[in-house]
Design a protein around this ligand. Sequence first.
Ligand code: NAP
Length: 311
Amino acid sequence: MSLPRVSRREAALLSLSAALLGGTTRGRAADRAVITRPIPSTGERLPVIGIGTNRYDVSSAQDIAERKAVLAQLPQLGGSVVDTAPLYGRSEEVIGEIVAGLDNRARLFIATKVIARDPASGEESLAHSLKVLRTARLDLMQVHNLIGIEVMLPLMRQWQQSGHIRYTGITTSNPGDHPRMMDYMRSLKPDFVQVDYSLGNRGAADTVLPLAQQLGIGVIANTPFGGRRNAAEVFARVADKPLPSLAAEIQVTSWSQFFLKYVLSHPAVTCTVPGTTGVAHLVDNLHAARGPLPDAALRRKMEQLWDSLPG
Ligand SMILES: NC(=O)c1ccc[n+]([C@@H]2O[C@H](COP(=O)([O-])OP(=O)(O)OC[C@H]3O[C@@H](n4cnc5c(N)ncnc54)[C@H](OP(=O)(O)O)[C@@H]3O)[C@@H](O)[C@H]2O)c1
């Protein structure tokens, strides 16, 4: 499959929208403005809360309508990052269809992934993602689970040169992969790493996160509620517990905001992408992108509180 060419006009429009994206969120009224963080390799700012879409592999009208509402509201609420992957079934296609219908591509930072072990399969995957996501250029392309990374990262740099992607990244959600991820961070220097990090899964703070800070690599924290298979258990652990008094200090009104503010307050984290399929969760989560974040002392109290919970 050959790659579509990015016309000068498309490239100019996409660059303009990327610049406006940063400007819009920065320009909002002071105190409740969405927090943004710079991508280390360029300084372009991203809102700290986005969405994960590993449950966008849907077809029913109701499921599509729920996800359409999320993708419509995300930029209205000051967010922009949408993380997806070919591995998530029809998710890229569903997003592409919805975003084309909403005509809000320019307000989103679309990150997808590739799993390929040779250049031809990599090119095919990129061409497919561009086609179904209905865009001339992806904001971020990530090597999914480090598979084929030594072949894919150099190829992704060519895609950056040709204007098909803006940033390169590598991902894992497996703590056992952190040492290998760190080796690749040192040798290949991607723009981003995407890594598992949450209040209940803090290992990345001893491994990938400090190295990212040292090397100037952006961090997308995935699975901030412990991952889609564990999230129900994580929320069940606090279901009958009132929020602690420290929640007021960081203007947190729900346990999800509590978990997200913990993740965001690590200085290496650029943004996080909680899996989000409904507007109620989106609105709740975007609250965590506003107001004060916990300092180091408060973070320690949050950890102690979590560790003291039974279960
Ligand atoms: N190796 C990789 O590259 C990799 C691996 C794993 C994940 N990821 C990315 O990271 C994203 C996040 O991970 P994840 O989705 O597995 O796990 P997660 O974000 O830790 O948890 C998602 C779960 O939390 C629920 N939720 C969201 N907001 C909530 C709220 N305010 N209150 C209560 N529940 C809430 C979601 O429900 P609803 O769906 O109903 O909103 C979903 O069931 C993925 O979607 C994917 O984009 C990447």
